[in-house]
Design a binder for this molecule. Structure first.
Ligand code: CUA
Length: 364
C-alpha cells in the first residue's frame, strides 16, 4: 500500500463501510453539537446569572407553562435523536449479522498467534486471505485456544473468534487492493503480532490464485479421508437410503431438522455436527443408542471443519426438508410444487456458491 499520509479513516472497501461511516459521522456530530452547546451554556449562565452583592434568588414558579414546555422539549428531542441511533445501528447490525445466502465460504481458525485460513476448494493460507472483488464472502470462524477477534478495518467488520464455537462474519469487498487484518482481542504475548493481509482480487486473478491451490483436494475430499481415517464410516452409512440401525445415515443430513430421543428437534448445522463428534452423548438421535465414543482430542479444529464440509457435501438430497423451509420432520409424500425450488435454492446457498458439486466426493 506504500507510503500514506495521515488518515482519519481507513479506506472504505466493502459494501457496508459507507453505512458504518455515515452512522459514525452522525454519532460524532450529535455528540460534538451537544458537548459544545452544554459547554457554552455552562459558561454563559455562570456569567449572566452570577450572584451580585447580597441579591436573593427569585422564587421559582412551579406551575409555569414555559418551564413545562422546556422540560418536554429537552426530553423529546434527545429521545428522538437517540432512537435514530438505535434504529440505524440495529439495521446495520442486522445486515452485518446475516450473510447473504449465496456467499462464498471461507473457514478461519485462530490460534496463538496466527490466522489459518482454508478455502472450500482446498487452498490454504496463513495470515493471508485472498478473496474476489464484488462477491459476498462468508467466514466461519473458530479458535483452537483462546478468544481472538477477526477485524478488517477497511471492511468495517469485526467478530469474536471463540474456542468451542462457530461464529460468522461476512463482507462484500468493493475495491481491489490489500487491506490490514488484525486480531482485536488481547490473546497473549504476541497478540499485537497476530496480523495479516486481505487481498481483494478481480475474479480472473482470484480463479488463477485458487487453481494453484494446495494440491491436496477440496475441503470435502480431505474431510472424507479424515472420515475414513477415523473409522466413522464403519458405523455411519453415507450412501442414500442405507441404514444399519446402529448409527444415523449422514447422507442428506446437513441443514435438515433432526429429532432427538427426548423429543426435541435440532437443526443439523455446523455446530451440531461439531458437538456430535466431540460430545456424542449430548444429543442422541431418536431411535438410536448412546454408543458413539468421543473424538475429542483426536480431531483438530481444522479437521472438524473438514468433516463438517464433507457432511455438507453429502446433502441435503433433493426434496428433503431443509432448514430454510421449516417443514415438519417425517414429511413424506408429494411436496407442494413451490417446495423443491425453495429447497434447492437453500441447498445452492451452501453448496452452490462454493463449487462443492465439482469438489464433492459424491455418494459412493
Ligand atoms: Cu489473537 Cu489477539
Amino acid at each position: 500500500m506504500g507510503e500514506k499520509s495521515f488518515e482519519l479513516f481507513p479506506v472504505a472497501a466493502s459494501s457496508i463501510a459507507g453505512h458504518v461511516d455515515a452512522l459514525y459521522a452522525y454519532l460524532v456530530l450529535v455528540s460534538a453539537f451537544f458537548s459544545l452547546l452544554i459547554a457554552f451554556c455552562v459558561v454563559f449562565f455562570a456569567v449572566k446569572y452570577r450572584r451580585k452583592g447580597d441579591e436573593l434568588p427569585k422564587p421559582v414558579d412551579e406551575h409555569s407553562i414555559g418551564g413545562m414546555v422546556l422540560e418536554i422539549v429537552w426530553s423529546v428531542i434527545p429521545l428522538g435523536l437517540s432512537l435514530v441511533m438505535f434504529a440505524w445501528g440495529a439495521s446495520i447490525f442486522f445486515t452485518e449479522s446475516r450473510p447473504p445466502a449465496d456467499s462464498l465460504e471461507v473457514f478461519v481458525t485462530g490460534k496463538q498467534w496466527m490466522w489459518k485460513i482454508q478455502h472450500i476448494e482446498g487452498a490454504r493460507e496463513i495470515n493471508e486471505l485472498h478473496v474476489p472483488v464484488n462477491r459476498d464472502i462468508r467466514l466461519t470462524l473458530t479458535s483452537e485456544d483462546v478468544i481472538h477477534d477477526f477485524y478488517v478495518p477497511a471492511f468495517r467488520t469485526k467478530t469474536d473468534v471463540l474456542p468451542g464455537r462457530y461464529t460468522t462474519e461476512w463482507f462484500r469487498p468493493t475495491k481491489i487492493g490489500a487491506y490490514h487484518l488484525f486480531c482485536a482481542e488481547y490473546c497473549g504475548t504476541k497478540h499485537s503480532g497476530m496480523v495479516g493481509t486481505v487481498y481483494v482480487m478481480n475474479e480472473a486473478d482470484y480463479e488463477q490464485w485458487l487453481s494453484k491451490g494446495s494440491g491436496e483436494g477440496s475441503m470435502a475430499e480431505e474431510g472424507q479421508s479424515l472420515f475414513n481415517q477415523l473409522g466413522c464410516g464403519t458405523c455411519h452409512p453415507s450412501e442414500i437410503n442405507k441404514q444399519n440401525g446402529r448409527c444415523p445415515n449422514l447422507n442428506g443430513l446437513f441443514g435438515t431438522t433432526v429429532e432427538l430421543n427426548d423429543g426435541t428437534k435440532v437443526k443439523a448445522d455446523e455446530a451440531y455436527i461439531r458437538e456430535s463428534v466431540l460430545y456424542p452423548q449430548a444429543k442422541i438421535v431418536a431411535g438410536y443408542d448412546n454408543i458413539m465414543p468421543t473424538f475429542k482430542g483426536l480431531v483438530t479444529e481444522d479437521g472438524l471443519l473438514k468433516l463438517v464440509e464433507y457432511i455438507r457435501s453429502l446433502g441435503p438430497a433433493e426434496g428433503m426438508p431443509s432448514s430454510a423451509t421449516p417443514v415438519p420432520t417425517q414429511t413424506s409424500g408429494p411436496q407442494p410444487p413451490a417446495q423443491p425450488t425453495a429447497n434447492s435454492r437453500a441447498a445452492n446457498g451452501r453448496a452452490g456458491a462454493a463449487p462443492a458439486n465439482r469438489a464433492a466426493p459424491g455418494n459412493q
